[in-house]
Design a protein around this ligand. Structure first.
Ligand code: ADP
Ligand code: MG
Length: 753
């Protein structure tokens, strides 16, 4: 967790002079009434009174001091934090303080060697290893002189008052400190960052002096792992800290949230992931997939909000100013619900989304921004969990996606899976015993497979060595194997071929051939594999471009778009609908209303007539996908029309307008044609996918059966629906947003199903 301590000293000199007493080379004593449990990992920042950071690093709580008012002098409550990492400037400052203290003869080095921080009273800190769920901190570099003890209580009390005043600043919190409601953005920040919210890693970029760059974190990483965990002390950890516990605490460590966000729980895809992932995936609110962390059911929006919050913190620390606006990228293949979910996650993290941007468009921006190119490019994005292929036509500052396709279940983890299978086979062959049915052992295997895969992008052979995987007759058994590049190429080649099938399809959809592509841009970490280069080059008949950085292009493109929003030389982005949108028909069929690859924004009319005398209500289930079967499409929600004027059946005609904004957000309007009156059209996903499908299969939804497209006058210009935000759907009533009704439907917790 993040811990910021604001001290009462205005300058570094004052800090050195007066705070030295609380510092040793090994750690710091922090006075607080709310000490974190022993073992808690902290990202630590000690700030001067003006807010500037003086000491930054990471640490682990090693002991807690209870308040003792009877002691003389009084003993303040607090915690001893052992440094596990300090940046160079902080280390130098600590060194100055320690030297000063030694000159003054305070707290001579009488105790245990670094890095264990001892108790203020001089008794050694407990040497018990931290609990299994907390990775032991790396041992600090040995210092030539023994580390002095922590200050005695008396000395601690000499220090000017300070306390831990801000614990991971932020949103309204549940027990675990999860973001629970959107954080209002008081004043829009000057800076707009671009965020690549990845399956494996996320990062932020910004444009400065006309050049985009990826914002580094204080620890020197360019990316934040998109991982959230609950540690053994019941604290939420995010990013690198969460990744550190992936091996030891897989059940309470959520990775790959991007594959789950915005998906209904009761879909085959989610069930497939559920069987594979070590953490618990459960039904959440509104039938959405959610995860279980300790006692709580956590939405994927909340998980992603924590990751976005971490990225935002990195950006704020780097820029030293508030950041509450962002352009966030998503796979082109994301449907409407997934996009809406990302928006909601951003709101929970206190970020105003200026634009949701498709990843391939972002990559194309990174490639072509300001270069006035006239080219047709194909963006080949093979990341950790998804594959996307998109064809874009670039002309000057216009970026038009003309065709897009992908596979939301094809990425680096699938490559890892193939290697894991191979390692499992080697294990059984060599040891003759089944691989232990143990999550930790399996996690270690998966981790080793990924390492081997990445290493084999650079070299021809890689030794895998996993000691102590299991016990046989009391003796540990290890897995030792040498993997070769050739071997894994054979294993993963079919996966690369699948990506090329998608490319072929995407080209074909627009009647294009490989010769029609001027440049192929490779992005995503998995595209670094030499096999991918080779196969792509062979397929397109030319080597892919080297002009974009596979890991950074998407974030850089997002930053460039963010930059262009505030500048005169704006870019024009034209996207297409990634998957068709249609409505459910009886018998579980789906009728397409707006075709895939339709340029956005788009609008389509659908005509309905009443089927019963005196009918005043209508229902339409809306789906997204290419299949004609409702069971194979993503359920978006049910459209309810109310307030129809009663009349004989067939005589009341309604034109339903489906409108897709530039970002693929769907809004729906409806107009009763005889009187020209707007009727209420509400999209709600509350019903749940299965219930909606069941209804159709049981012959319900007959309303839709007698509906017909076309032949209805298009609604007039006054018919623009208001964007109702989070749900992605909107309501319209004579041009006025029915915000209250929307909130009533979406704001309330759904009944248990
Ligand atoms: P995402 O956009 O989904 O977060 P990334 O673009 O960060 O994903 O790609 C992550 C994937 O790339 C992981 O599966 C990782 O193992 C893989 N990867 C990273 N570097 C290499 C490499 N040098 N060779 C092969 N695969 C790599
Ligand atoms: Mg990516």
């Amino acid at each position: 967790m993040g811990l910021a301590v604001r001290l009462s000293y205005g300058t570094l000199d004052e800090l050195v002079e007066r705070f030295a007493v609380n510092i040793s080379r090994g750690g710091v004593f922090i006075r607080t009434r709310d000490p974190k449990p022993v073992g808690t990992l902290l990202v630590l920042e000690l700030r001067l009174s003006g807010g500037e950071a003086a000491i930054r690093g990471e640490g682990v709580v090693r002991w807690i001091q209870a308040e003792d008012p009877t002691a003389h002098p009084r003993r303040a409550p607090g915690m001893g934090v052992q440094f596990t990492k300090l940046d160079d400037a902080s280390r130098a400052l600590v060194e100055r303080m320690v030297e000063l203290k030694e000159r003054r003869g305070v707290a001579p080095g009488v105790v245990a060697p670094a890095p264990i921080a001892d108790r203020p009273d001089g008794t050694p800190a407990p040497t018990r290893a931290p609990s299994a769920a907390i990775p032991a901190p790396p041992r600090a570099a040995a210092t030539p002189t023994p580390a002095p003890a922590f200050p005695s209580p008396a000395q601690a009390d000499l220090a000017a008052p300070h306390r831990a005043e801000q614990l991971l600043a932020g949103p309204a919190r549940l027990d675990l400190g999860l973001p629970a409601s959107p954080r209002p953005v008081a004043r829009p920040s000057r800076a707009i960052i671009g965020i690549d919210l990845g399956t494996s890693n996320s990062c932020a970029a910004i444009v400065k002096d006309g050049r985009p760059y990826v914002i580094p974190s204080r620890e020197g990483h360019n990316t934040v792992p998109s991982i959230v965990g609950l540690n053994a002390r019941h604290r939420i950890v995010v990013g690198h800290l969460a990744k550190a516990q992936l091996l030891t605490n897989p059940k309470a460590t959520v990775s790959g949230a991007k594959r789950l966000i915005g998906r209904a729980y009761d879909t085959p895809l989610v069930q497939e992931i559920r069987a594979k992932y070590p953490y618990a995936i459960v039904p959440g609110e509104d039938g959405a997939a959610a995860v279980r962390l300790g006692p709580e059911t956590v939405s994927l929006e909340q998980i992603s909000a924590l990751v976005l919050g971490e990225v935002r913190d990195v950006a704020q620390n780097h820029l030293r100013e508030e950041v509450n606006r962002a352009v966030i990228t998503v796979p082109a293949y994301y449907n409407e619900r997934q996009r809406a979910a990302v928006r909601e996650a951003a709101a929970l993290a206190g970020l105003r989304v200026e634009r949701i941007l498709n990843e391939p468009t972002a990559a194309a921006l990174a490639y072509a921004y300001g270069r006035h190119l006239n080219q047709r490019v194909l963006v080949y994005d093979l990341g950790g969990g998804t594959f996307d292929a998109s064809v874009l036509e670039l002309s000057d500052n216009v970026y038009e996606v003309v065709s897009t396709g992908g596979d939301t279940f094809l990425g680096g983890v699938d490559f890892d899976g193939q290697i894991v299978d191979r390692l499992l086979a080697i294990w059984e062959e060599r040891t003759g015993v089944p691989f232990p049915d143990d999550r930790v052992a399996l996690s270690r295997l998966v981790d080793a497979a990924e390492r081997a895969k990445c290493a084999l992008s650079e070299r021809a052979e890689f030794p895998v060595s996993l000691p102590y995987l299991a016990l046989r007759d009391g003796a540990p058994i290890a897995l030792e194997a040498v993997l070769t590049r050739e071997e894994i190429v054979a294993l993963v080649e079919p996966l690369v071929d699948r990506t090329l099938d998608v490319c072929r399809e995407v080209l074909l959809a627009k009647g294009l051939g490989t010769k029609d592509i001027d440049e192929v841009l490779l992005v995503g970490g998995q595209s670094r594999m030499p096999l991918v280069h080779q196969k792509v080059a062979a397929f397109f008949g030319r080597p892919p471009s080297h002009a974009v950085h596979p890991d950074e292009a998407v974030a850089l493109g997002a930053a460039l778009l963010a930059h262009s929003l505030g500048s005169a030389e704006g870019v024009v982005l034209i996207d297409v609908l990634p998957m068709s949108i249609g409505i459910g028909l009886p018998g579980g069929r789906v009728k397409t209303i707006i075709e895939r690859n339709t340029p956005l924004p788009a609008r389509k009319q659908y005509g309905l007539t009443t089927t019963r005398d005196g009918q005043t209500e209508f229902e339409l289930a809306v789906f997204q996908g290419e299949s004609g079967a409702a069971s194979e499409c993503e359920y978006l929600g049910t459209l309810r029309l109310g307030g129809l004027p009663p009349g004989p059946r067939g005589m009341v005609k309604i034109a339903v307008g489906f409108e897709l904004g530039a970002e693929c957000l769907l809004t729906v309007t409806a107009r009763e044609l005889n009187t020209g009156r707007e009727v209420q059209a509400v999209m709600s996903a509350r019903e749940g996918a299965e219930a909606a499908r069941r209804k159709l299969e049981q012959g319900g939804g007959a309303d839709a059966a007698r509906a017909q497209t076309g032949n209805f006058p298009a609604p007039g210009p006054g018919d623009v629906a208001a964007d109702a935000g989070a749900g992605g759907a909107a309501v319209s009533n004579g041009g006025r947003a029915l915000g209250g009704l929307f909130r009533k439907l979406f704001g309330r917790r759904p009944e248990a199903r």
